[in-house]
Design a protein around this ligand. Structure first.
Ligand SMILES: [Zn+2]
Length: 376
């Protein structure tokens, strides 16, 4: 690929490593996610071989631009032996309920990280990339956190910078605060980090008053956060804060756990809200745009949302009713040990687009937005 020319069309970075990979029978990440998006986009005729690239697995040495050698060695050792000592568990946060020992526990995150590193290179001259396996925003330099073993958003931003993008805006609309990314870039005048996340939820960081030394805009939102509220946040904060910074690159962490049907959070968005954020950031025409995945624990919500992100990035019309091949992908999903998986509503099989979930705008949202806008 000619790295002196912008990508002619959006590129999708996927991998077969996600298919069938599970964190364990009772873990929220027992569900298929990226493989669903690959299958759905292909069934819809939206993913030609020319737009798809298999993600390379990052070498440990390449991960040392942010992660410690001791931690990387511990991860590989844990994958090889499928066990950890109590000392390693305490020191690195692996072998816990959240961050368990599982079969691909180094190779899978190293593949997501490899795609993020590659994305930085491929975007050297500009373009759009979707990497739904990325977005592991809780990973720390020497420690796993919140199902994240590595921090591929940080690695993507470092790779973008290495390839010539100096000023970077990172936007995070996952239900959880981007604590690892903030550790990576707080206080860096050439990055601006914007996070919208549920208040009083793990990891309990990202308070409104936490400016990260001036470049972090943290917006905690109340339970029940709806599409109308996200539209206001988009237009009053995300867009002006991004445009005003004149970034060379925009990275969007598009976690799918802020939608109503997600089992881990209590926000109430429809997938329209995420797609509208994607669309609006595209309209700002940043030279480089990287859209990552993130959280998302309802297999239907995740697959439908991220497939719609790809449609948005490519300007495809989303059909009101899915064609039979795409419907078959959704009908084949199973969500074990989840009550909502027993009798899913029909529209989870037959549509991509949720019904909009508009509603009242809470005073708390308006007041907090005003605090953040005053800093622009
Ligand atoms: Zn999350």
């Amino acid at each position: 690929m000619d790295r002196t020319m912008p990508l002619p069309r959006p590129l999708f970075l996927g991998s077969e490593i996600y298919r069938g990979s599970s964190y364990g029978l009772t873990h929220p990440l027992r569900v298929p996610r990226v493989s669903t998006v690959m299958d759905l986009t292909r069934a819809l005729g939206w993913l030609s071989p020319a737009q798809y690239r298999a993600s390379p697995r990052a070498k440990p040495g390449a991960l040392e631009i942010w992660h410690t050698p001791a931690y990387l060695a511990a991860l590989q050792q844990a994958e090889a032996t499928q066990t950890v000592t109590p000392e390693i568990r305490d020191r690195h946060g692996i072998g816990t309920m959240s961050n368990p020992i599982y079969a691909e526990m180094f190779r899978r995150p190293a593949t997501a990280a490899g795609a993020s590193l590659l994305a930085g290179e491929l975007l050297a001259a500009g373009g759009i990339i979707h990497h739904p396996g990325g977005g592991t925003h809780h990973g720390m330099p020497d420690r796993a956190g919140g199902f994240c073993y590595l921090n591929d958003p940080v690695l993507a931003m470092l790779a973008l910078r290495r390839a010539g993008a100096r000023r970077i805006v990172y936007v995070d609309i996952d239900a959880h605060h981007m604590d690892g990314v903030e550790v990576g870039f707080a206080g860096d005048p050439d990055t601006r980090l914007i996070s919208v996340h549920e208040e009083k939820r793990w990891p309990f960081t990202g308070a409104l008053t936490d400016t990260g030394g001036g470049n972090c805009f943290n917006l905690p939102v109340p339970r029940g956060f709806n599409d109308s509220e996200m539209a206001l946040v988009r237009d009053a904060l995300i867009l002006p804060a991004t445009a005003d910074f004149a970034p060379d690159a925009v990275v969007l962490q598009c976690g799918a756990d802020a939608v109503l049907e997600d089992p881990l959070s209590r926000l109430a968005l429809s997938n329209n809200a995420h797609w509208a954020v994607v669309r609006a950031l595209m309209d700002l025409a940043p030279p480089r745009l990287l859209v990552l995945g993130g959280g998302g624990y309802n297999p239907w919500s995740v697959g439908r949302l991220w497939t719609g992100v790809w449609a948005t990035l490519n300007g495809h019309d989303i059909p009101d009713r899915l064609p039979p091949g795409a419907e078959a992908v959704l009908r084949a999903l199973v969500w074990e040990r989840a009550s909502a998986g027993r009798n899913p509503p029909e529209h989870w099989f037959t549509t991509l687009r949720d019904a909009p979930r508009d509603g009242p705008i809470h005073e708390a949202v308006r007041d907090r937005l005003a605090v953040l806008r005053a800093r622009l």
